[in-house]
Design a binder for this molecule. Structure first.
Ligand SMILES: NC(=O)c1ccc[n+]([C@@H]2O[C@H](COP(=O)([O-])OP(=O)(O)OC[C@H]3O[C@@H](n4cnc5c(N)ncnc54)[C@H](OP(=O)(O)O)[C@@H]3O)[C@@H](O)[C@H]2O)c1
Length: 369
């Protein structure tokens, strides 16, 4: 198997979407504990955009503690990319297994998360059988399933730490993004009353995900509304604990998914003082969470809405569309030529909040196919 070529979207220098080129690279071969997955679909996430142009990321823009920026540069490269194939999440089919693999067999439809290792913008990936991999939700297309792992894993892991209780009031700041959309749905499943903060074009989308209240961040500063919440989940960490204090219940929790050193110090301090607390954490990526998400999807309780799907050859166009800020929902990339060529429209029927996303029937967007 090794040595055979496969197609992949490769980038050899940091920069804008045009650095992404489809080319042939050697097909990987599974080690004894690994599975070889034929990737049918992947997606464009925040991490893909960041890694593609990592050289341009300044310490000020990087929304994690500065030592992590140095470690990330070591990993992604200082001058040239060290990781040449993007794509952290995927859906596909097991093509072959290593000798020691017992959890999966050839032909299994799976979905998974490669994290910062990336590599899903390719026809094949190898990963250990105990990696973040699970059987794919049967009711989803590969394009839909490929957009579930990143947001779902991050939101599930972080919200579990917050121990959301039925009846609590939760505010998700950044509710229309990958992590926020997942958090809105999960907080509703946990029985909370949910407010979602996002941009005006996506208010209906966040409402359709289940948010009880929606707030346009350009029109209203939620920290000045007089409302108070048991949990403020701040995806981009833009609001900060000090500003959020007036909007937190006396024992409320401020949980930034993105945090600087200042928030870490606030976490240490508030752990001692009690009352309103800050919690900073890195999300975990357990395969069991993919099973949990699959069960929610198949029970009709959770959805991942695909806005547009691009063929692999138009990965640069997919990145451009996400960077334009126009997307409502997720953007998928079809990798396998055998994958169903479906088309989603940007004008979502948001009144249809069925379990599996609101798929448009027709109207191909010229930029997509
Ligand atoms: N803790 C961890 O382990 C962990 C793991 C992964 C990622 N992260 C962090 O998560 C973040 C990325 O999240 P994501 O993938 O969900 O991003 P995303 O898909 O790009 O979504 C960003 C969200 O932020 C909203 N937003 C933009 N400007 C805003 C503003 N001024 N006020 C309020 N909301 C605003 C966007 O709203 P509109 O689009 O509607 O304008 C959108 O809902 C990164 O900062 C990353 O560091 C943390």
């Amino acid at each position: 198997m090794k040595g055979e070529p496969m197609k992949a979207v490769v980038y050899a220098e940091f920069g804008g979407p045009d650095v992404l080129r489809v080319t042939e690279v050697p097909k990987p071969s599974p080690k004894p504990n690994e599975v070889l997955v034929r990737v049918h679909a992947t997606s464009v996430t925040y991490g893909d955009l960041l890694a593609r142009n990592f050289k341009a990321e300044s310490g000020r823009e990087f929304n994690m503690p500065l030592p992590l920026l140095f470690l990330s540069r070591l990993y992604f490269g200082f001058v040239k990319p060290r990781v040449n194939i993007l794509g952290s999440e995927f859906s596909g089919e097991i093509e072959a297994i290593g000798k020691q693999v017992t959890r999966f067999k050839a032909g299994d439809p799976v979905y998974g998360y490669l994290g910062q290792r990336m590599g899903a913008y390719a026809e094949y990936v190898c990963m250990p059988e105990d990696g973040t991999l699970a059987m794919k939700p049967a009711s989803l297309t590969h394009e839909e399933a490929a957009t579930v792992p990143y947001g779902g894993l991050m939101a599930t892991s972080l919200l579990r730490r917050a121990r959301v209780q039925p009846g609590q009031k939760v505010l998700v700041n950044g509710a229309s993004g990958s992590i926020g959309a997942a958090a809105v749905q999960l907080a509703k499943i946990y029985g909370a009353t949910v407010s979602g903060v996002c941009g005006a074009p996506r208010l209906d989308y966040v409402r359709a995900l289940g948010a009880d209240h929606v707030i346009d961040y350009a029109k209203q500063d939620f920290t000045e509304s007089g409302e108070s919440y048991d949990l403020i989940f701040d995806v981009l960490g833009k609001s900060g604990f000090a500003r959020c204090r007036n909007s937190l219940a006396p024992a409320g929790l401020y949980l930034p998914a993105s945090f600087k050193t200042k928030a870490l110090l606030q976490m240490l301090r508030t752990n001692v003082t009690g009352g309103q607390r800050v919690l900073c954490a890195l999300a975990s990526e357990e395969p069991e969470t993919l099973v949990f998400l699959r069960e929610l999807i198949e029970a009709g309780k959770y959805q991942s809405i695909v806005d547009r799907c691009y063929p692999m050859e138009q990965a640069a166009e997919a990145h451009r569309y996400v960077e334009s800020g126009a997307k409502t929902g997720c953007v998928a990339i079809s990798v396998s030529p055998s994958a169903t060529r479906q088309q989603w429209s940007t004008s979502l029927n948001l009144s249809d909040t069925s379990a599996h996303g609101t798929r448009a029937e027709s109207a191909p967007a010229p930029s997509a196919y």
